[in-house]
Ligand binder design. Structure first.
Ligand code: SF4
Length: 393
């Protein structure tokens, strides 16, 4: 569930609360707040992330009232009664299980230092051409405040390379402060760090991890991620899921030597890892990496992957990755959302750092005005009847 419209609490059983949005009932876990029936709260990813007063909630609900039903109607009109293609079937499943909700997360890329040397990645440690940056803790907190209070995001991804400079003390401080100052679902994307660190950050209130395995093909994995083994990554993801984190995981599409069968296995592994959100996108080669000359994957391959993932797991959130938008700037968002996807990410990293998080070249959205970008995305979402609910508009 990803409604950033405030909901009214209509039932409480242990730490599970029922939340009502214009007559629809959803469930969410409440681990942090003293709630009673009749209170208002925001929920994200199935967690209550902020309690708000009735005085704050009612005007927001009022502004949504008509639009909420109008968007549902537009979405329903675009659904095919008799779906003929794979994309139409996937879109129907998306609507059946998620309605017209589209989660839109903000992402802060706070460091491009990485101790790893993955062949497919532009910020790998051997790329000596790249200027490196680390945002200070204050800069990260300021970026989070801007995203939550000014841009109204309710879910934030904190992403970096594997950078031990951000040790337990620093990360605990960040998670604690963000929870206090900028209520949001905190999603960690820090790479393969110690389980103990993740445990500590969970205690402090982080509730989601984005940790992709990139390929389920053992040979490719060993070749492209020197020094690492797939089984360790899979094991870590499993432990994080067991601990209670919402898991976002997935893969690259189109690594050299990859076959159609590999993509199928990637989807299956994502599903087997109990992913709450599937995060996958086309591989876009970076000129300063060993895979510079890999041909680009076709748009249809990405769309087929989205649709096949939706058919396999109708309940998962499926992200239209920025790399897909980079591959097909004009159509990726719309066509991905019409082929079964229901989630997006918007870069809210301070503009001066964005181009240095150069995992692949010419990423969509980099150095665009973020408010303009949100406006354009909201327009697109409304044209296909989706509620950009994480933005709380
Ligand atoms: S893919 Fe991740 S771990 Fe690998 S080099 Fe890039 S940032 Fe580092």
């Amino acid at each position: 569930m990803c409604y950033a419209i405030p909901g009214r609490i209509t039932g409480i059983k242990d730490n599970i609360v029922s939340v009502e949005y214009f007559g629809e009932q959803k469930k969410a876990r409440n681990e942090f707040f003293d709630l009673k029936i009749g209170d208002y709260a925001y929920a994200q990813g199935g967690f209550i992330i902020q309690k708000i007063s009735e005085r704050e909630a009612l005007p927001v609900l009022e502004s949504w009232k008509e639009l909420f039903f109008k968007l549902q109607e537009i979405d329903s009109q675009l659904i095919q009664k008799d779906p003929k293609t794979l994309y139409q079937r996937a879109n129907n499943l998306r609507q059946k299980y998620h309605g017209n909700s589209c989660c839109t997360h903000g992402i802060i890329e706070f460091s491009n230092y990485c101790g790893m040397d993955c062949f497919y990645c532009g910020i790998r440690k051997s790329n000596s051409k790249l200027a490196r940056y680390r945002m200070s803790l204050d800069e990260i907190l300021e970026a989070a405040r801007f995203a939550v209070h000014k841009l109204r995001f309710k879910a934030l991804v904190l992403q970096s390379g594997e950078d031990p400079w951000y040790d337990e003390e620093k990360l605990v401080y960040l998670v604690k402060k963000i929870r206090q100052d900028s209520p949001s679902l905190i999603i960690l994307s820090l790479g393969e760090r110690d389980f103990g660190l993740y445990e500590r950050l969970y205690k402090e209130g982080a509730r989601s991890v984005l940790l992709r395995f990139e390929t389920a093909n053992l040979d490719l994995y060993a070749q492209l991620r020197p020094g690492r083994e797939l089984k360790n990554r899979v094991e870590l993801i499993g432990k994080l899921h067991k601990l209670g984190y919402l898991v976002m995981t997935g893969f690259l599409i189109g690594l050299p030597g990859e076959k159609e069968e590999d993509i199928k296995k990637n989807i299956e592994l994502t599903n087997a890892l109990a992913a709450d959100m599937f995060s996958f996108g086309p591989f876009i080669p970076h000129p300063d990496t060993p895979l510079a000359n890999t041909p680009l994957v076709h748009t249809e391959t990405v769309l087929n992957t989205i649709a096949n993932a939706r058919v396999l797991n109708p309940k998962a959130q499926i992200l239209v990755n920025t790399s897909f938008e980079t591959l097909d700037r004009a159509n990726a968002l719309r066509s991905g959302l019409m082929a079964g996807a229901n989630s997006l990410m918007i870069n809210v990293t301070p503009r001066k750092y964005q181009r240095f998080y150069d995992i692949y070249p010419e990423r969509a959205g980099v150095e665009e005005d973020v408010e303009m970008r949100i406006e354009n995305i909201v327009k697109l979402l409304r044209s296909i009847g989706r509620a950009p609910t994480d933005l709380g508009l």
